[in-house]
Unconditional design. Sequence first.
Length: 293
Amino acid sequence: MSKFAERVADLTRSRTPFVMARVVLAEKPTSAKPGDEAVILADGTIEGFVGGSCAESTVRSESLTLLQGGNSMLLRIAPHPEIDQSGKKTVHNACLSGGTLEIFLESVMPAPLVAVFGDSPIGSALIKLGNASGFAIQEWQQDMNLTDAFAIVVASHGRDDEAMMLEAAMRAGVPYVGLIASRKRGAGVIQVLDLNDDQKASIFSPAGLDIGARTPEAIAISILAEMVQARARQSTEEKAAPVCESAIDPVCNMTVLMLPESIHADFDGETVWFCASGCLKAYSANPTAFARS
């Protein structure tokens, strides 16, 4: 396994979101070739190679936008303006050396983590069936970080610090906290929790949609359905904040992320950002030629 493949495997194991970038077309003259790959992390770091600094700036900017929604796309970077092409996003990058690149950008997002707290037939069925539904479901472990979890399902039937887990999950802001219990017992458990009224009302109890489920497997399916519903609602309500601010390169008009490693310089007390050293050189030679109107 190559070092790059090992890095991708490490990111996947650690549940780190990233964008996989792969060059699928490279028209000469370009420094990249088909098959070149890179990963782009949420902080804007690029590891690998999919083109020179001009192309890299565009890839970084587009990748961070994709990560906010977990999306993918085919990016075409051309040195001259082109008409839009179906199925592609075309970006004009005047800095390119004359070639055109097409790069497939694929968001790789970790499956939502679900922890099952307690040993019960329903909890076991949930673990058995759940991973096929797009969730990463596993038994609760003491070293788990609650803030990493999308859901906590308490299936201890009144044992094993049930109340403590419910309180901890709610205080950590876990989006879905479900209690497997009868309606009567669930209400009694929630009533005495050391939580405010809004937090108590947010606990899913009894966990699962009312589909007439009776067996552990059917109840597990009803809980999975409720988690899918909660996940969809969360995705609709979330407004992803920009990863970082951006600026416009005054030479080529490309979007540049204002990261410490991005090329920038001060001119008359103003920080100006550039996609590549060539733009910085051109601007430094004659700043007034690129004055903004």
